[in-house]
Design a protein around this ligand. Structure first.
Ligand code: ADP
Length: 263
């Protein structure tokens, strides 16, 4: 393989001969680099709101001390920055919990149809505020094995993204198809599709969307309250369920995120 480094060690084994071993250092080095990048990203993401908070505190202690209007304005911004840190920490905890459980396959039975309906209902207010119409299309009952809290998080993250990025006037649909109800292309499992009629994503970004902190437009993500971890969390949960995820998007037409879960 190209760009692969091996550590070769030679050891004499008395009575048997010589033992030559090859260790793949590239994979280890790559994992270490990813960890370093992750720590650097987390530090940066936390430092930005913290720096803003510190400077507002200084202003409130000094120049804005007796200015009631400025104080209210600054406190609102400080509240928003603190909430941003809170969301980031909540997502980091979710990510580490999901990662820790990734090897343990969930076995509980649940009805995906009612989960989808309950998520759509729970997000209907946010959708309404954003001027987005939300709909579901699912068979009456779809029993699968899975972790219901985690699958709820998958549905919430994907639907919130669709609402957030598609914007006013868009339509968001959560569709579930099940081999028992619909003729499948291949009998590959239960298919959940969250689609929107938003602005879409340039295809160059698609392969990297599920990476931690990868954003198409950082300012827009932050303005919408995004942490850049939503799709990374989704990917880990889907992996835990031995499923697959794919994102299809046509700029100007919309985005479609498909999650396929084995039956
Ligand atoms: P974020 O917290 O920034 O939303 P995510 O991991 O959930 O992070 O998503 C990564 C990026 O993918 C987003 O910043 C956004 O640019 C893009 N994205 C995700 N879903 C959609 C969508 N439905 N339409 C357009 N862009 C999207």
């Amino acid at each position: 393989q190209q760009d692969t480094t091996f550590r070769v060690s030679v050891r004499a084994v008395p009575g048997s001969g010589i033992l030559v071993s090859f260790e793949d250092e590239t994979t280890l080095e790559r994992a270490m680099q990813m960890r370093r990048d992750f720590v650097a990203n987390v530090s940066h993401e936390l430092k930005t709101p913290l720096t803003a908070l510190i400077s507002f505190i200084e202003t409130l202690r000094g120049p804005a001390r007796d200015d009631a209007a400025a104080r209210d304005r600054f406190l609102n911004v400080m509240g928003a920055e603190a909430e941003r840190m809170n969301r980031l920490i909540a997502d980091l905890l979710s990510l580490s919990r999901v990662e820790a459980e990734e090897r343990v396959r969930p076995t509980a039975r649940l009805d995906l149809a009612s989960l989808v309906k309950s998520v759509a209902l729970g997000l209907s207010r946010i959708a309404e505020d954003a001027g987005v119409e939300i709909a579901t299309d699912t068979p009456p009952e779809v029993e699968i094995r899975g972790d219901s809290d985690q699958l709820r998080q998958v549905l919430v993250n994907l639907t919130e993204n669709a609402i957030k990025y598609a914007g006013k006037g868009a339509r968001v649909t959560i569709t579930v198809t099940h081999p028992g109800y619909e003729a499948p292309v291949r009998d590959e499992g239960v298919r959940i599709v969250v689609s929107d009629t938003g602005a879409g994503i340039d295809p160059v970004h698609l392969p990297r969307l599920t990476e931690r902190f990868y954003r198409v437009d950082s300012d827009r993500s932050r303005e919408k309250g995004g942490t850049g971890l939503g799709l990374a969390i989704v990917k880990h949960i889907v992996n835990r369920h031995r499923g697959r995820i794919r994102v299809d998007s046509t700029p100007g037409e919309g985005t479609e995120v498909t999650v396929i879960l084995p039956r």
